[in-house]
Design a protein around this ligand. Structure first.
Ligand SMILES: [Zn+2]
Length: 327
């Protein structure tokens, strides 16, 4: 049973929005594109795991994706968490391409791709830290101790996994995603005792969902881009022209002649992702390139957003719109 979906992480939405709202010749575009590609590949790897996990017995296993919790003031993120009455499985999903070599001596992972060698921190260390943090988190939230096992799942079928001949143990901890259902049931057969009741499993799901906090990395800060560099206006979904013109209750593209009734919603989602969750009528009018204060105010009011302050000082909260962005 899947109780927490693998949704598009905010960082990907932010990088998407940023690419669309910078001058196409902006010097940071290649850097942003690289980061976006890397994040997207990682996300696709996690999504592909959902399909494989569909083979697990839904009455026995509960899947939670992209869980981010805090213990002692420090956040830890678990790509995929599988919960049963007997055990909790913590999965770190990696989408390395080419050949990966687990170097036990230096605790590093060496990737060979296109004739180039790159070194990464050992994901097994990462996953064992997550296991420790989750153990602590469960204790702090008064859940009985339960066996927790960490795995590294390689989402790319073509990746060649290698290690030294004396490190056979690795194959019980690192494997391709296709092996996941087999590994899970093998482990489950080894463990006889049920630690949690159905009620405790349910309580844990509720607690994880309640305490989960989605990461919200400040993307402009990361790339040292100022809000002044963010280009305003509604962008045409057909031809990418910007800014569209507000005409007869819709957004009209002077270039490809298409119209878009919801153009302002997409622009506001970009605003929320890149600039912030609140704005005034003046900021709304500037960002949407509207000449008339009245048209602007009418459009803004039609969204029924929560507000604070009064009259010209009214601030509108865009958070309710973000539910639309994660479809
Ligand atoms: Zn157009």
């Amino acid at each position: 049973m899947k109780v927490k979906e693998c949704t598009v992480p905010r960082i990907i939405l932010k990088l998407d929005a940023l690419q669309g709202r910078l001058d196409p010749l902006h010097v940071k575009i290649p850097l942003i594109k690289d980061e976006w590609k890397k994040r997207l590949a990682g996300h696709k790897g996690e999504v592909s795991l959902e399909y494989v996990l569909g083979f697990l017995d839904p009455d026995e296993y509960v899947q939670l994706h992209g869980v981010r919790l805090k213990v002692d003031g420090i956040y830890f993120q678990i790509d995929t968490l599988i919960l049963s009455r007997k055990t909790i499985l913590v999965m770190e999903v990696k989408n390395f391409a080419g050949t990966i070599y687990f170097d036990r001596v230096f605790n590093q992972l060496i990737q060979t791709k296109d004739g180039q060698e790159l070194s990464f921190p050992d994901p097994l260390i990462q996953v064992s830290q997550q296991v420790n943090q989750l153990t602590k988190w469960l204790r702090q939230h008064h859940f009985p101790a339960i066996p927790i096992h960490g795995f590294v799942v390689i989402s790319n079928d073509k990746t060649l996994i290698k290690t030294s001949s004396d490190y056979k143990f690795l194959s019980s901890k690192v494997f391709h995603k296709q092996l996941l259902p087999t590994k899970v049931s093998q482990l489950s057969n080894l463990i006889k005792a049920e630690v949690y009741t159905d009620k405790e499993v349910k309580r844990l799901i509720i607690m994880i969902k309640k305490k989960h906090e989605e990461a919200n990395p400040p993307v402009l800060e990361k790339f040292k881009i100022s809000t002044k560099e963010i280009l305003p206006g509604v962008i045409c979904t057909t031809c990418k022209f910007r800014p569209l013109i507000r005409m007869h209750g819709t957004w009209y593209c002077p270039k490809c002649k298409s119209s878009d009734k919801e153009g302002h919603l997409r622009a506001l989602l970009d605003y929320e992702l890149l600039i912030g969750p609140t704005l005034t009528n003046l900021e709304f009018r500037r960002f949407l390139n509207l000449r008339s204060r009245h048209v602007s105010l009418r459009l803004l009011k039609s969204l029924n957003l929560p507000t604070t302050g009064t009259q010209k000082g009214t601030t509108y909260n865009l958070t309710p719109l973000t539910k639309l962005s994660n479809k």
